[in-house]
Design a protein around this ligand. Structure first.
Ligand code: F3S
Length: 755
């Protein structure tokens, strides 16, 4: 059995009392989001009302899920924590490192050849530390989680931004960086700013061509890509009950595209049906016993304006199918209006590919709705004008879809069935039809459509829609095709019209699978030896960072004074560097290569104070490290915004940078720096940034007295011998100062384990 029923029973047994206590401290009825958050506090019983958008709160998540690209560094760090087992149920899913090219069998074999080292490493670490392991080809992390682990009222974190998909089964599920996941794996709390709440009231029921996907495409239009930042989006109303569980998953999944912390739905019959269909009767039975705690209080949904920070209402009866894009998921256009808009904007009308799948839309229901369109094309003698690619969400879905003849329908249409993996959704796509940067259009049922996302081509115009709409558009080969009103000409020259899609929520014969690709960890993994080839390019065991020597830091040289925006992408680029996510030394070759040097406005071109020459940032920094000279990075506002990837803190730390001094930090990056034992501080007076010159030497003259709430004094010695002295603030509390002293948060955990 993959899921942990004892853990779920424990959560449910505690929930009524904690919810009641939360109602008492909040002083009014509760939303579902509040019930889940308050019942997962690290302090267990809620003791005070928490301020939305203000208070930082420690939580105790029930589960963790990691995908292969992010799991590497997370597990490498966890191995340093000195624990025998993970503290909460955890799974690893191999889905990102499989390129889509020739179809599932060949592609999976190639991935197993090229990334076997990474997969073997993840498998052996998982087995050793009690982590469930889903092999390459087993499925996409979020579908596998929905089918096996998600449960109503639970809280999970995952090292992937679309972890939020599990909100479709009534969870509060949140994407985090690897370092956060490691804390929870090691038995520590997880901190989050208590979110604001957006309520979305759904009325009516989707009809004809309108799908669950269109709900989130519409919400994205209303809220835009930033509108959900710092918020949980909670869906409710009769309309919510008229959506399937996997449809709800689709909506929650794309909550990531509006920046939401997560999204969720209250427990209802559709969730019960899904739990039972996926062999989880026990969870459904337990959930039914505390049903009223697994949804918001009735008063909340009767008067949502009083309980949510913002309320949106969508009538599913009148909601039209949309396609969102290109280049941004919030640019929504009703399908019938897209032709005119495309012509106006010069978007290519001809559609080259229709891609169905990804963690967003690869459920059984999705495949049946799309297949019902594909079947009509075969029956009505329509020859598809675009290429088709399908990524089933899991082996269970693929096997069931094959048994029920769904895959055959797509194959009859000439579709390529790719591996049960991310594939084109993460740019793991070797497109056979195009080379270079030709302008072209594709439609897909994924979530993200940023420039270059699917195929690396900045001129690929990607539009996001429901699987059935993708199927219809791909058959027509035209972006201006409106299947609700337009006709197509078939092989015999006849005019034919596509009927609206027909979907099957859950397989009538039940789900089936021969080998789901899951590997249970060893009961006692202590004898497992995780071997990593020291000459490997992909995986490198971590050495603990050195502890602080307790002395003032003096003689530190300026590495770079970054000008303007310096995001985690500027500090640790993604793209081609993805393959080195498990090798700290190799990936450190991208350290700060995107940051703009304030003295010459160039990237990756800084002056070395060792020889006065300009060179690449990593090379320059490695030379300082070789000489044992500490360095300082200076930055502007919101330094480290963007992703939560811990590589952006680990790389400079690995290369010998000791201090990051900026006008202001993005919060997660600031925490990541602290966790890795760096000194992340801010100018007390922002204009002191202007004092920093290219040949400066830094002396931290009172670091010996580093204490909570006490600013640090910095003496900067310029090349001509003149000095400036100024103050820098910090937000380290006692625990975090402990991390700095020990060299990292992990060193601290390890020390406690030994004590
Ligand atoms: Fe994979 Fe794309 Fe989802 S990369 S996890 S299918 S968003």
């Amino acid at each position: 059995m993959a899921f942990d029923i004892d853990m779920i029973k424990k959560v449910y047994s505690q929930m009524p009392e904690r919810v009641e206590k939360a109602r008492e401290v909040v002083g009014k009825p509760l939303t579902l989001s509040e019930k889940i958050l308050y019942s997962h506090l690290w302090e267990k019983t809620p003791s005070k009302k928490l301020n939305r958008g203000k208070d930082y709160v420690d939580f105790a998540p029930d589960r963790i899920a990691c995908q292969d690209a992010t799991a590497q560094m997370a597990l490498l760090q966890f191995m340093q924590a000195g624990k025998e087992n993970v503290a909460v149920p955890t799974t690893v899913h191999c889905d990102h490192l499989i390129q889509a090219k020739q179809g599932a069998v060949k592609d999976l074999k190639r991935a197993n050849d090229t990334s076997s080292e990474v997969f073997d490493f993840l498998e052996s670490v998982s087995s050793k530390y009690g982590i469930g392991f889903w092999k390459p080809g087993a499925g996409i992390i979020h579908q596998v989680v929905l089918e096996n682990y998600a449960f109503p009222g639970g809280m999970m974190i995952g090292t992937d931004s679309h972890t939020v998909n599990a909100g479709g089964l009534g969870m509060v599920a949140i994407g985090v960086g690897g370092a956060d996941a490691v804390d929870v794996m090691a038995g520590m709390p997880w901190e989050l700013k208590f979110p604001k709440l957006i309520g979305v009231k759904l009325t009516g029921a989707p009809k004809g061509w309108t799908a669950a996907k269109d709900v989130i495409l519409k919400v994205a239009q209303i809220l835009t890509v930033k509108g959900g930042t710092g918020c949980i989006v909670e869906y409710f109303g009769e309309g919510a009950k008229n959506l399937s569980c996997t449809g709800k998953g689709t909506i929650c999944n794309m909550g990531a595209e509006i920046g939401a912390t997560t999204s969720t739905f209250g427990y209802d019959d559709s969730m019960e049906r899904f739990l039972r269909a996926t062999d989880r009767n026990e969870i459904a039975d337990e959930a039914n016993k505390i049903r009223e705690h697994l949804t918001g209080d009735a008063e909340v949904y009767d008067n949502p304006e009083e309980y949510f920070d913002q309320v949106i209402e969508i009538d599913l009866n009148t909601l039209m199918p949309h396609l969102n894009g290109p280049f941004t998921p919030d640019l929504a256009t009703p399908v019938g209006e897209l032709g005119a808009k495309a012509k106006e904007n010069g978007w290519p009308i001809k559609v080259d590919w229709g891609l169905i799948g990804s963690c967003t839309n690869s459920s059984y229901e999705d495949l049946t709705r799309a297949a019902s369109i594909a079947k009509q094309a075969v029956d009505k003698k329509l020859i598809p004008k675009s290429d088709f690619g399908i990524n089933p969400g899991s082996e269970q879905i693929r096997f069931t879809a094959e048994r029920d003849g769904l895959l055959k329908v797509f194959e009859d249409l000439g579709a390529t069935i790719f591996t049960n993996a991310c594939g084109p959704c993460i740019g793991q796509w070797d497109r056979s039809d195009r080379k270079g940067d030709e302008k072209n259009t594709i439609v897909h049922s994924f979530n993200r459509n940023f420039s270059k996302r699917a195929d690396g081509n900045p001129n690929t115009h990607a539009f996001v829609g429901s699987p059935e709409m993708v199927a219809a558009i791909a058959i027509s080969g035209r972006l201006d095709f409106d299947p609700m009103n337009d006709t197509l000409i078939n092989e015999d020259g006849e005019e034919v019209k596509l009927d609206p899609p027909q979907g099957i929520e859950l397989p009538e014969l039940g789900f089936a699978v021969e080998n789901n690709g899951y590997l249970e960890p060893k009961e006692d993994g202590s004898s497992i030896n995780v071997s990593v080839d020291p000459s490997s390019n992909r995986i490198q065991l971590l050495d603990p960072f050195d502890p602080w020597d307790g002395k003032n830091l003096t003689g530190a040289k300026l590495l770079i004074k970054a000008h303007g925006k310096c995001t985690t992408d500027h500090i640790s680029m993604a793209g081609p560097w993805l393959k080195y996510r498990g090798h700290l030394d190799n990936i450190s070759e991208n350290c700060l290569i995107g940051a703009v040097n304030a003295f010459n406005m160039k990237t990756n071109f800084v002056k070395s104070q060792l020889d006065g020459k300009h060179d690449a940032v990593p090379k320059t920094q490695r030379a300082y490290k070789a000489e044992g000279i500490p360095t300082v990075v200076v930055g502007d506002h919101n330094y480290g915004e963007g992703s939560s990837r811990e590589h952006a803190a680990m790389e400079p730390r690995h290369l010998g940078v000791r201090v990051v001094l900026v006008k202001s930090f993005a919060r997660i990056h600031e925490t990541n720096l602290k966790k890795q034992g760096m000194l992340g501080i801010t100018f007390e007076n922002e204009s002191d940034y202007d004092l920093i010159q290219e040949d400066d030497t830094f002396n931290f003259v009172d670091l010996k007295d580093f204490a909570e709430g006490k600013p640090l004094t910095i003496e900067v010695v310029h090349a001509d011998g003149s000095k400036d002295t100024f103050k820098a603030n910090h937000t380290y509390n006692d625990t975090q100062i402990g991390w700095f002293k020990e060299g990292s948060a992990l060193n601290m955990i390890k020390k406690h384990n030994k004590a």
